[in-house]
Design a protein around this ligand. Structure first.
Ligand code: ADP
Ligand code: MG
Length: 232
């Protein structure tokens, strides 16, 4: 599903260049639930942005579902993103003056889906998140956990094959974090590949595989099944 080969990325500002990803090799199979851990500044968000075709890289190859993602036009990248990927962020990124239903329906608006159909689908996805009763509420009227569930519904509504989440529980208390993680596990059980950047061990331990980044390199990959077996 995702195949990175020796990916290098630098940020250039003025005459300075910061080498952030230093030769990342990573394979994520269809249907895997993966976490990316590492200290602040180790390149986690940069890696997720490359995976999400939100940013370019200089060296290496990135294959998404067999297709080489390299020096793509913005139009082509947008098509691939819309067809394949869903995004979830720490700060939810909901539109404050639109209600929950409108936020969830928004990606369908951009796809030219009729208002009636997109509202019907948005209500279905909110219902799946247990938020049907909250459809006409603004984000400011929702708790953090509810906001993140709205954001997850919005990410799912285009039926992506891969969900990319950057510290999705970073702004939530530990109980709510575990509830959001329950949702990611359900999504994954339905066959969607899920990649979660997280600082929290309790979150990472609920994924199949933990990728540890250190200074722009993969330091180690921990397979949780093996860990659990080893512990028995
Ligand atoms: P993490 O998500 O692991 O905390 P990031 O990928 O956000 O790390 O950042 C890695 C490094 O790249 C940091 O030193 C950060 O300051 C730098 N960086 C991130 N984004 C940019 C940018 N747009 N321009 C310049 N430097 C950046
Ligand atoms: Mg980050």
């Amino acid at each position: 599903m995702i195949d990175l080969r020796s990916i290098h990325k630098s940020y250039v500002t003025g005459s300075n260049s910061l080498h952030v990803l230093k030769g990342i090799d990573l394979f994520v199979d269809k249907g895997e639930l993966v976490s990316i851990m590492g200290a602040s500044g180790s390149g986690k968000s940069t890696l997720l942005n490359v995976l999400g075709i939100l940013d370019n890289y200089e060296k290496g190859e990135y294959y998404l579902d067999g297709q080489l993602v390299k020096e793509m036009s913005e139009a082509k990248a947008a098509i691939l993103r819309n067809r394949m990927l869903g995004f979830v962020f720490q700060s939810f990124n909901l539109i404050s003056f639109k209600n929950a239903l409108e936020n969830v329906a928004l990606p369908l608006y951009y796809q030219g889906v009729s208002r009636k159909k997109r509202n019907k689908m948005a209500l279905e996805f909110l219902d799946r998140m247990g938020l049907k009763e909250w459809a006409d509420h603004l984000p400011s009227e929702l708790s953090g956990g509810q906001k993140q569930r709205v954001a997850i519904a919005r990410a799912l509504i285009t039926k992506p094959r891969v969900i990319l989440a950057d510290e999705p529980t970073g702004a939530l208390d530990s109980v709510t974090s575990q509830e959001v993680m329950d949702i990611f596990q359900e999504i994954n059980a339905a066959g969607i590949t899920v990649i979660i950047v997280t600082h929290e061990r309790e979150i990472a331990q609920r994924t199949d595989k933990i990728i540890r980044l250190k200074d722009g390199n993969i330091e180690e990959i921990i397979f949780n099944q093996h860990l659990q077996k080893a512990a028995i």
